[in-house]
Write a protein of this length. Structure first.
Length: 244
């Protein structure tokens, strides 16, 4: 029995040593292995810089569009149709229907994935034959900024040399969408409790310009706007309310 236990202990010790050795080897050789990807040479830096600019611009464009359409890039079927765009309902006949922050994050990520290949123009680099993969984006909405992480692979071929490059691009857009979404939730929660009361004193208590447009048929459109962006300009989050 004792010999059996000693044998089991020996096996566990050997396994532990192999695991530790594997971890150490990974950190020593990971740069050389690079999982089939060639380290990006300096001559390809203009390409990765161009992609970085596209990640930043598509994040901003997606965030702006989502803000104007009630948190959606592709509005739901029952969204309010106006002369300029569609606006999703945040309140509908006594119920909160506001898009969750997680939903808005996925909508903006979807926009980046759809538009990034159109933003990045391979014809700007005529000395290379460039083939790109499908970008994969993730977006995080914080109270005072939106961040994106985008994995985007491409192959660049020049003469007889090919480079397969995989890179994670990071971008931030300093707008208070997260905080605006919290304000919208507060407004809608009060409206659920008392749908027939518009408390303008309460609306003016926020650090945003909040306007209400009557679209008729008991439909109101709320616009929460921040005119104090560090980069200048403004940012707006809108949502529609169907009172009755």
């Amino acid at each position: 029995m004792k010999e059996s236990k000693r044998g089991q202990v020996t096996i566990f010790v050997i396994i532990a040593i192999l695991i530790v050795a594997g971890i150490v080897a990974f950190f020593i050789f990971r740069d050389k292995l690079n999982f089939g990807l060639t380290p990006t040479p300096a001559e390809l830096q203009p390409i990765t810089e161009e992609i970085q600019l596209c990640v930043e611009s598509t994040l901003q464009d997606g965030a702006k569009l989502a803000g104007l359409q009630g948190g959606y890039i592709i509005p739901p079927n029952n969204a309010l149709e106006t002369n300029f765009s569609y606006i999703a309902y945040g309140y509908y006949l006594g119920q909160s229907t506001l898009a969750s922050k997680t939903k808005i994050e996925s909508e903006i990520a979807k926009y980046i994935e759809l538009t990034l290949p159109f933003c990045f123009d391979v014809s700007n680099f005529p000395n290379y034959k460039i083939n790109t993969g499908n970008p994969k984006a993730s977006v995080k909405i914080s109270p005072s900024y939106i961040s994106a992480s985008v994995n985007y692979r491409f192959t660049a071929t020049k003469a007889e040399t090919s480079y397969r490059v995989g890179k994670s691009y990071k971008a931030e857009y300093k707008v208070k969408l997260g905080d605006m979404h919290s304000v919208a939730q507060e407004i809608i929660a009060r409206e659920v409790q008392n749908p027939n009361n518009l408390d303008f004193t309460y609306l003016n208590s926020f650090n945003y310009d909040i306007s209400i447009l009557n679209e008729g048929n008991n439909i109101l459109v709320y616009s929460i706007t921040d005119y104090k962006l560090n980069s200048g300009g403004s940012y707006t989050f809108r949502f529609a309310n169907k009172i009755r």
